[in-house]
Design a protein around this ligand. Structure first.
Ligand SMILES: NC(=O)c1ccc[n+]([C@@H]2O[C@H](COP(=O)([O-])OP(=O)(O)OC[C@H]3O[C@@H](n4cnc5c(N)ncnc54)[C@H](O)[C@@H]3O)[C@@H](O)[C@H]2O)c1
Length: 272
């Protein structure tokens, strides 16, 4: 069982949303210190102030995870100013727009892949070697239900999250094979009520999840070395339903009748 107590935790995108909640919960579990990486300066300052008021040891870093130079430089700073990271939660992510793929711009494709996919690999590359050397550590990669399910008007986001799923599971297999002691958890939640997917059309199969509930499930997964967090139940059943249903039936039953493919119809997202 991975202990959180006395560990150093790094959460990317930890200034708001489920990132902030997961950081808070780790500190409540007795973590030694929390490193927060975020691009939103105001939220970073606010969260740091509020956490310090709770007597947490916080190390905030203003960083754009899609900028490789900043990632490498900030990781070096963390190693010298804070020390080794025991638990890395790769959480920062974005969704750009609500359009079909032919309406996308090259810039939006690059940005989404850089933040949602490439950043996780680059950041992990910075901290994993030390975890392997120490014979312990835990990497949490926040993918999405969209990393297991294709969805119209969400193609680039889906691409970025499917990639995370494949990479995350591959490194888990490598780290297990080499008996490194480093654990990997891949997280695939459907819509969470943080504002990121504001306006999205939910349905009984994929209801809007409470952020606190999702964050708590991730923390439990770290403690009990779970390979996956898939929530709600429908996400857990995806490999099975996709495996047994012919694709046109899946499109018709899950996509059309149950409304899963219409989710982006009302999406507005965050205004800023
Ligand atoms: N909200 C959902 O419905 C939902 C569902 C499934 C998966 N997820 C995933 O969960 C993760 C967290 O989502 P959330 O709902 O808490 O989002 P959020 O928007 O509330 O928080 C994301 C945080 O990441 C930060 N961030 C964004 N781009 C960054 C960058 N380039 N560099 C550094 N920090 C950056 C933001 O400033 C913000 O603090 C994301 O990876 C998201 O894709 C969210």
């Amino acid at each position: 069982m991975t202990k959180i107590a006395n560990c150093t935790i790094l959460v990317t995108g930890g200034a708001s949303g489920i990132g902030r909640l997961m950081g808070d919960m780790c500190m409540q579990e007795g973590a030694k210190q929390l490193v927060i990486w975020d691009i939103n300066k105001d939220k970073l300052i606010e969260t740091t102030r509020e956490f310090r008021a709770l007597h947490y040891t916080i190390h905030p870093y203003f960083v754009d995870v899609s900028n490789l130079e900043q990632v490498v430089m900030t990781a070096e700073k963390v190693r010298t100013e804070v020390g080794p990271v025991d638990i890395l939660i790769n959480n920062a992510g974005i969704i750009t727009g609500n359009q079909e793929f032919h309406e996308f711009t090259h810039e939006a494709v690059e940005k989404t892949m850089a933040i949602n996919t490439n950043a996780l690999m680059h950041i992990t590359l910075e901290f994993l070697p030390e975890m392997i050397k120490n014979g312990r550590g835990h990497i949490v990669n926040i993918s999405s239900a969209a990393g297991m399910l294709s969805n119209p008007r969400m193609s680039v986001y889906c691409a970025s999250k499917w990639a995370v799923f494949g990479w995350s599971e591959s490194i888990r297999l490598e780290l297990e094979k080499n008996r490194t002691g480093v654990r990997v958890t891949t997280v695939n939640p459907s819509y969470i009520d943080t504002g990121m997917f504001a306006g999205v059309k939910v349905n009984p199969l994929l209801p809007l999840l409470r952020p606190e509930k999702v964050a708590a499930r991730v923390i439990r997964a770290i403690k009990f070395n779970r390979i996956f967090v898939r929530t709600p139940f429908m996400v857990k059943t995806l490999p099975f339903t996709k495996g047994i249903l012919p694709v046109r039936w899946f499109d018709l039953i899950i996509g059309k009748w149950l409304g899963v493919y219409r989710a982006m119809a009302g999406f507005s997202g965050r205004k800023n």
